[in-house]
Design a protein around this ligand. Structure first.
Ligand code: TRP
Ligand code: ZN
Length: 479
């Protein structure tokens, strides 16, 4: 019966069209300059409930994803971002709703108009293999749900969430999450937030995870694997749960052991740790990246080996919990507010543990690379990275230099006051580049437009008179 009714609706829509050209249609994008189709307009997502079952042999995901939201305008139609899968059922407030799909846009026409200010719930029931039938899926860097030999990891920055669940896929619309993920035994599931319950059948276990705080969609993660869990608590009481591959458990415990001290250090430096817990998940596979997935950063096996580079990336992903996850970018072009801050935070950790000389060497080393014509071309100016190269290394290292140069210019006291005020003001929300500049000017009492223009946008890296560094004057060695 439902199938029939549904078919009828689709037939009607084929004539009328879901994307009716009326003023009550929610926008297909949230307004990001770089990515006009990311996110959607007309509603505010509050909570997602992901009830999904994973089939190990085929990597098929199937189940229902619900979104509780508030309409911010009258809605005759609204969009979610979603790619691939077969949708077998779609309801709004429990009533079947018509829908159309076009690339990343899933356009939904609820049976009744949703009036501005009302809450509604959408439930999408679907099944399929992530990425199957999606054009250019293998060109995509962050694919969301990713199968590997030992299980699954999810990495989605900036726009991979739509490859595995229907979502308002932009950091401007954060929401809380409940995950109910069913996997075959003996796999375990590690996701954002806290594990609140498990349910077993003869062959499967369902893991229920809940987040206490809203999460940007690119920071959502679900990991399936044969993990061993380490539990711990920081001095100030932040619970830590780490998910490690069984065969490198001891080594991983050792490599990640500075984490509680890092949490204390960053809490003292930036403000209190923002979330209900922290920890990491190490996928049983080497990865060329790590990702700051909220409350549970994701690493590959290679990061568990130890040494300075492991320590740096461990500090970097942790620092993102403050800068990136609690204070999230308002638009993707503001990504230096994530990467420059996390890179500088890791340098601050080494300053803390190894002394001022260590920071000075690190920053001078970066400056050389940024100013030497043989290497400078590799690094974009951090304030306006190309759309297709958002995570260019210049966003990281010159982004870190923006902060170091600011510190040299306004002095340590004003600088750390600026960081704390910025974090305090924008925590659990979003910030854009002008927001940070405004805080810096307010706290320092200085006019900093020229300073930030040079560091964020100029092709050639500015001089640093405080350290005698210059990219435009010949160096004494005549280089
Ligand atoms: N934000 C990550 C970091 O800490 C880098 C990153 C960007 C990433 N996009 C990604 C990692 C996609 C994994 C997948 O620097
Ligand atoms: Zn980063």
């Amino acid at each position: 019966m439902r199938v029939l009714v549904f078919g009828l609706l689709i037939a009607l829509l084929a004539v009328g069209g879901v994307t009716a050209n009326d003023s009550a249609a929610g926008a297909a994008g949230i307004g990001d300059d770089y990515f006009p189709l990311l996110g959607n307009g007309g509603y505010d997502a509050l909570h997602y409930t992901l009830v999904l079952e994973w089939d190990e042999d085929t990597n098929t995901l199937s189940g229902t994803v619900m979104m509780d939201a508030t309409a911010t305008q009258d809605l005759s139609t609204f969009n979610l971002d979603f790619l691939g899968f077969d949708i077998s059922d779609l309801t709004v407030n429990g009533e079947p709703a018509a829908f159309e799909r076009d690339g990343r846009e899933l356009t939904i026409a609820p049976a009744n108009l949703l009036a501005a200010g009302t809450d509604f719930t959408t439930a999408v029931t679907y099944s399929g293999v992530p990425g199957e039938g999606v054009p250019n899926y293998y060109d995509v860097f962050a694919r969301g749900w990713t199968r590997y030999d030992g299980g699954v990891y999810v990495a989605s920055e900036p726009n991979g969430s739509a490859y595995w669940y229907p979502v308002n896929d932009h950091p401007l619309d954060k929401a809380t999450y409940t995950f109910e993920i069913t996997v075959p035994q003996p796999y375990r599931v590690a996701a954002n937030g806290l594990l609140t319950d498990t349910r077993e059948t003869d062959e499967t276990t369902t893991y229920i995870w809940e987040t206490a705080h809203p999460v940007a969609s690119y920071l959502v993660t679900v990991n399936v694997g044969d993990f061993m869990v380490e539990q711990n608590t920081t001095a100030s009481g932040v619970p830590i749960r780490n998910y490690f591959p069984v065969d490198i458990f001891q080594q991983s415990v050792l490599t990640f052991s500075p984490t509680p001290k890092m949490i204390e250090f960053f809490s003292d430096t930036f403000g209190p740790y923002p979330f209900e817990a922290y920890g990491v998940v190490v996928a049983d596979r080497n990865l060329g990246f790590a990702l700051e997935t909220q409350t549970l950063s994701l690493f590959g096996r290679n990061a568990a080996l130890g040494g300075r580079s492991s320590e740096e990336v461990i500090a970097h992903e942790l620092a993102h919990q403050w800068f990136g996850n609690s204070v999230s970018p308002a638009e993707w072009k503001d990504i230096w507010l994530n990467e420059g801050f996390a890179t500088y935070a890791a340098a601050l950790w080494f300053e803390h543990t190894s002394g001022a000389k260590s920071l000075d060497n690190y920053m001078r080393g970066i400056y050389l690379a940024l100013s030497n014509p043989l290497s400078a071309w590799r690094f974009v100016a951090p304030g306006s990275p190309p759309k297709d190269d958002l995570f260019n290394y210049g966003v990281y290292v010159r982004g870190a230099w923006v902060l170091h140069a600011l510190r040299l210019r306004v002095g340590d006291e004003a600088f750390f006051d600026i960081l704390r005020a910025y974090y305090d003001r924008f925590q659990y929300g979003n910030a854009a580049t002008p927001d940070f500049i405004a805080v810096a000017e307010e706290i320092s009492g200085e006019e900093l437009d020229t300073f930030f223009d040079g560091w964020l946008y100029a092709k050639i890296v500015p001089d640093v008179p405080e350290l005698g560094l210059s990219a435009t004057l010949p160096t004494p060695s005549g280089g």
